[in-house]
Write a protein that binds this ligand. Structure first.
Ligand code: SF4
Ligand code: SF4
Length: 107
């Protein structure tokens, strides 16, 4: 088991921030869902992590804590995630990567 980034939708969707999506060193790993917050009655969408691409570097945690100052990301053991997104579709050049929300990953 290993650590991956997990984004708290309630915190993230309370802001219009998308900062962490610009700093993750892994392509197409932190993505943004415009409807994630609205589904929960919140104002904005939320960033989310394709955990099968996350390398556990925690740069996004630093960005959210120290640059955005929202403290919405924590590193979590992958089998403890309440909800996970995995990569659904990767095409050449990774321009069309999408991720799919799945239920808890317990293995
Ligand atoms: S930096 Fe934090 S608040 Fe901003 S988009 Fe990322 S998770 Fe959300
Ligand atoms: S821990 Fe690193 S690889 Fe994973 S989402 Fe955050 S910045 Fe990207």
């Amino acid at each position: 088991m290993y650590l991956v980034a997990d984004i708290n939708v309630e915190i993230c969707a309370a802001t219009s921030c998308k900062l962490c999506t610009q700093f993750c060193p892994e392509a197409n790993t932190i993505l943004y869902n415009n409807d994630a917050g609205k589904e929960k009655g919140l104002k904005y969408g939320s960033a989310y992590v394709a955990v099968d691409r996350c390398k556990g570097c925690a740069q996004c945690v630093w960005v959210c804590d120290n640059m955005a100052k929202h403290h919405a990301i924590k590193m979590v053991m992958i089998d403890q995630l309440p909800q996970a997104a995995i990569t659904d579709n990767v095409t050449y050049g990774e321009k069309d990567t999408t991720a799919l929300l799945v239920s808890q990953m317990v293995g």
